[in-house]
Design a protein around this ligand. Structure first.
Ligand code: T1G
Length: 698
C-alpha cells in the first residue's frame, strides 16, 4: 500500500485515536496529493487494529478550501474526491472532522462524509461551486439535504452563501461548536468523546430526505429571476432533487450533472474571473515596501469624495474630509452618514460602530491645512485640470514629507498634475468607481515618476478597503473609461443606423450585463458624458461619425434618472422608453441621410463586443494595462461585465483572434475610421495565439 503523502497528509497516533492532518499551503486545496494521501490514510487506519477512531483536521489557515481549482479543465487524476469521500464515509471505524478557517466546496464535502463534525468558532462553511460555474461534485448535493433538509441545502448550494459555525449548527450541518482550542487539540478531545459515547456518530448517506417539492420550485423560480444567465444553479437544483432517491442513484445523477457543468464555457469564464481577482496583485512593484497609511484626507464631499471617505471609514481609517465651504461640507458629511446608515441596514456594522466612526474617526473641515498630518490625501473634486493643479500645489506645501498625494480623476493626465509638485514620485491616481464604498474596482494609475513604494501603497490601501486594485498607465480614461468611450460609440452608431436604445440595452442585458449602455448612462447622469464630449469636441477627427442624440436629450434638461427623464422615463412605475427620444433619433438619422435598417440581437452584441475588444487590444499595445487579465478584472469589478464570460479578453479568446479580425474587416467596409485593426490582434491571429498566453508570459 502507498504511504500517505508525507508532505501533505500526516497520521499521528495517540492510543486508540488516529489524527489525520492536512498541510497543503496556502489554503489546503484538495489537490491530487491531498486526495491520495487521505484515501490511503483512511484505508491504512481501517486495517490497523490498534485504532478505534479517526479524526481529521487541517494545519495552517484552514480545514480544506475545496477542490484545487487549478486542476479544472485538465485530465482528472485519481482518486477523485467522490471516491475519497466514499472511502471516508464507508470506513468501518468512526471518522470525525474538526473544521476551522474555511471548509468550502470539496472541503465541506469531505466533512459531510465524516460521521460527526466539530466547527471551530470563526469557521466559514459553504458551497461556492455555483460561483465557479459548477455544482458540488463529491456528494455535497446528496449529503447536505440529508442533514439540513432540501430547502436549506438548496439555499446554500444555489447561492454559494457562506455561513458561520453557529448557523451551521442550527442547520444541522455540524454537531458541535467549539470556541477554544487548536484544531489538533479539539480533534483529540472529540475523538475521545466518540469513544466515551459523548459525541454520537452516524453515516450521512443513511439518513432519509423528506420531500419538499415546494422548495425545489421556489429555488427554480428564484434562479430564473436572479441568475437567469447561469447554467449551473439549475443543475444544482436537479442534483438536490435526486437526493430523495437511494444514495448511489443520487450520486450518479450528481456526477452526470457535474460533468455537464465542468465542460461548460461558463465554468471556464467564472474560474478565469476567480483568478483575475488574484492575478492583478502581481505587479512589478510587488517587492516595494508600502508606506503606512492610518489617516487619509479626502478633498471634495460630492458623491465620489463621500463614497471614498465612507470606504476608508468602514475599513477603520481616520478620515479628514475637506470642502470649500460649510454648506458643501455639511452635504458631504450627511452623505457619509447616509452611506453608513446603509452599512448598518446591510448588517456590515452596528449602530455603536457607526456612532463611533462619526464622532471619532471622521473630521470635517474647510481648511486644507488639516491635511498636514495625513498619510495619504485623495483629491476628488470636479474634473478641471486648473483646479486640480492649484490643489496639488497647495497639498505640496501643506502635506508632510512622505505623504502620498492621489487624484481620483477619471481621465486627466496624472503626470501633468504631478508636475506642479516638488514630489512627483509621491503622486499617483487612485480612480474609484461610483458608488465608491460599494464598487470593488480601484484603478491605481501610475505616472512616469510615481515611486514603486507609492504604487505599492496604493495596492495596500486597496486591500485594506476590500477593493480589487488594477495597475493602469496614464492616458485619457486609463483602462476602463478609455475602452468604454470606444464601445459606447459603437452603441451610438448602432442607434443611428437603426437599432433603438431599448433594443441595444436588451441585447446587452441578454448577453449578461445587469444594465445596457443607455440605462447605465441614465443612471450615471447624461450630463457627465455630455461634458466629456464637449471637452473632446476640438480634437474629434473629421472622419469620425457623430451621434448627437444624447446631446439633444441633454439640451432639453433631461440628464437621466436624476431628472426623471433621459433615454427612459422614471416616474415611479419603473423605467419605460422615453417616447420623445424617438423623434430626436429620427431627426438625427434624417440629418445624416441615414435610412434605418434592422439589427438582430446577435449583430448588436457582435458589434458592441468587437469594439470593446478592439480598444482593449490597443490599451494593451500601449502598455496602459499590464496583461489581458488586468483588463478583464477592470470590467468584472467596475463595469458589471457578466462574470460567466470571464471579462472581455477571456471572451475574445472564446471567439478567437481570427473571427474578431474578420468582423472588423467586414465592418470597416462601411466605416474604416472607427473600425481599425489593432496590430496586436493581427499578430495574435497570425500566430494563432490567445490573450491567455499573454497572461502566462508576463
Ligand atoms: N484551488 C487552488 N488555488 C486556490 C484555491 C483553490 N480552491 N483557493 C485559493 N487558492 C489560491 C489563490 O489563487 C491564491 O493564490 C492563494 O490560494 C491564496 O488565496 C468537488 C469541485 C480559501 C477563502 O471556491 O474562496 O470544491 O494568487 O488570496 O483571501 O465539489 O481563496 O497566491 O497564487 O484568495 O485568504 C471550492 C476558493 C472549489 C474556494 C482564502 N472552493 N478560494 O482566501 O487567500 S470547487 C472554493 C477562496 C470544489 C467540489 C468542487 C479563497 C479562500 P496566489 P487568496 P484568502
Amino acid at each position: 500500500m502507498t504511504e500517505p503523502n508525507a508532505h501533505v497528509v500526516e497520521i499521528e497516533r495517540d492510543g486508540p485515536v488516529a489524527l489525520i492532518s492536512f498541510d497543503n499551503p496556502p489554503v489546503n486545496a484538495a489537490s491530487q496529493a491531498l486526495r491520495q494521501g487521505l484515501d490511503t490514510a483512511i484505508r491504512q487506519l481501517a486495517d490497523d487494529d490498534a485504532i478505534e477512531v479517526i479524526a481529521l483536521y487541517g494545519k495552517g489557515r484552514s480545514f480544506i478550501a475545496g477542490a484545487d481549482i487549478r486542476e479544472f479543465g485538465k485530465p482528472p487524476r485519481a482518486p477523485g474526491l467522490t471516491e475519497v469521500c466514499n472511502t471516508v464515509e464507508t470506513c468501518a471505524k468512526p471518522v470525525i472532522s474538526v473544521l476551522h478557517g474555511v471548509a468550502l466546496g470539496g472541503g465541506l464535502e469531505v466533512a459531510l462524509a465524516t460521521h460527526a463534525r466539530v466547527a471551530v468558532d470563526g469557521v466559514s462553511l459553504g458551497f461556492p461551486e455555483v460561483t465557479l460555474g459548477i455544482i458540488p461534485g463529491a456528494g455535497g448535493t446528496q449529503r447536505a439535504p440529508r442533514l439540513t433538509g432540501i430547502a436549506d441545502a438548496l439555499d446554500l448550494i444555489t447561492t454559494g452563501r457562506r455561513i458561520g459555525a453557529k448557523e451551521a449548527h442550527e442547520l444541522g450541518l455540524v454537531d458541535r461548536v467549539e470556541t477554544e482550542g487548536t484544531p489538533r487539540e479539539l480533534a483529540l478531545t472529540a475523538a475521545r468523546d466518540v469513544l466515551s459515547g459523548a459525541l454520537p456518530t452516524r453515516r450521512t448517506r443513511e439518513i432519509e430526505v423528506a420531500a419538499d417539492d415546494a422548495a425545489l420550485e421556489a429555488a427554480r423560480a428564484r434562479i430564473a429571476k436572479r441568475q437567469p444567465h447561469l447554467f449551473s444553479p439549475l443543475k444544482a437544483v436537479d442534483a438536490v432533487a435526486a437526493s430523495r432517491r437511494p444514495y448511489a442513484e443520487g450520486e450518479a445523477t450528481e456526477r452526470a450533472l457535474f460533468a455537464e457543468c465542468i465542460d461548460s464555457p461558463q465554468r471556464a469564464g467564472l474560474v478565469h474571473a476567480f483568478f483575475a481577482e488574484r492575478a492583478v496583485g502581481k505587479i512589478p512593484e510587488v517587492h516595494a515596501h508600502p508606506r503606512a497609511v492610518h489617516s487619509i484626507g479626502v478633498i471634495g464631499g460630492g458623491t465620489m469624495g463621500s463614497g471614498i471617505a465612507t470606504a476608508a471609514l468602514l475599513a477603520g481609517l481616520d478620515v479628514t474630509l475637506a470642502e470649500r465651504d460649510q454648506e458643501a461640507l455639511d452635504r458631504g458629511t450627511a452623505t457619509i452618514a447616509k452611506n453608513l446608515e446603509g452599512a448598518v441596514k446591510r448588517g456590515k456594522i452596528d449602530d455603536a460602530r457607526r456612532d463611533a466612526i462619526l464622532s471619532k474617526a471622521l473630521t470635517a473641515t474647510t481648511d486644507l491645512e488639516a491635511f498636514a498630518t495625513c498619510d495619504l490625501v485623495i483629491e476628488a473634486v470636479f474634473e478641471d485640470m486648473e483646479v486640480k493643479k492649484d490643489l496639488f500645489a497647495q497639498l505640496d506645501r501643506i502635506c508632510r514629507d512622505g505623504a502620498v498625494l492621489a487624484t481620483n480623476t477619471s481621465y486627466l493626465d496624472v503626470n501633468e498634475i504631478a508636475a506642479v509638485t516638488r514630489r512627483p514620485g509621491d503622486v499617483l491616481g487612485l480612480h474609484f468607481f461610483s458608488p465608491a464604498h460599494v464598487m470593488r474596482l480601484l484603478e491605481v494609475v501610475v505616472g512616469e515618476k510615481t515611486a514603486p513604494e507609492v504604487v505599492a501603497t496604493g495596492f495596500a490601501l486597496a486591500r485594506k478597503l476590500g477593493k480589487v486594485a488594477v495597475r493602469a498607465g496614464v492616458c485619457d480614461g486609463f483602462i476602463g473609461n478609455r475602452i468604454l468611450a470606444h464601445y459606447k460609440k459603437a452603441a451610438d452608431y448602432l442607434m443611428l443606423d437603426g437599432a433603438s436604445p431599448q433594443q441595444i440595452d436588451r441585447a446587452m442585458e441578454n448577453f449578461g450585463f445587469a444594465m445596457g449602455p443607455f440605462a447605465v448612462s441614465d443612471l450615471a447622469g447624461l450630463d457627465i458624458g455630455w461634458a466629456a464630449r464637449k471637452r473632446l469636441a476640438p480634437t474629434r477627427p473629421e472622419a469620425e461619425r457623430y451621434n448627437p442624440v444624447a446631446d439633444r436629450i441633454c439640451e432639453r434638461g433631461w440628464f437621466g434618472r436624476k431628472t426623471g427623464k433621459g433615454f427612459y422615463v422614471y416616474d415611479g412605475e419603473g423605467p419605460r422608453p422615453n417616447p420623445e427620444v424617438d423623434a430626436i433619433i429620427d431627426a438625427a438619422r434624417a440629418e445624416a441621410g441615414i435610412t434605418p435598417r434592422e439589427f438582430s440581437e446577435q449583430e448588436i452584441v457582435e458589434r458592441y463586443m468587437t469594439a470593446m475588444i478592439s480598444e482593449a487590444a490597443r490599451v494593451l499595445e500601449d502598455g496602459i494595462a499590464l496583461r489581458p487579465i488586468d483588463i478583464d478584472a477592470v470590467f468584472l469589478f467596475g463595469y458589471g461585465f457578466p462574470r460567466h464570460h470571464g471579462g472581455p479578453m477571456h471572451y475574445a479568446d472564446t471567439l478567437g483572434a481570427h473571427a474578431i479580425l474578420n468582423r472588423i474587416q467586414e465592418y470597416a467596409k462601411e466605416d474604416n475610421h472607427f473600425w481599425r485593426i489593432p496590430q496586436l490582434l493581427e499578430e495574435l491571429a497570425a500566430q494563432d495565439g490567445t490573450f491567455a498566453q499573454m497572461n502566462r508570459e508576463t
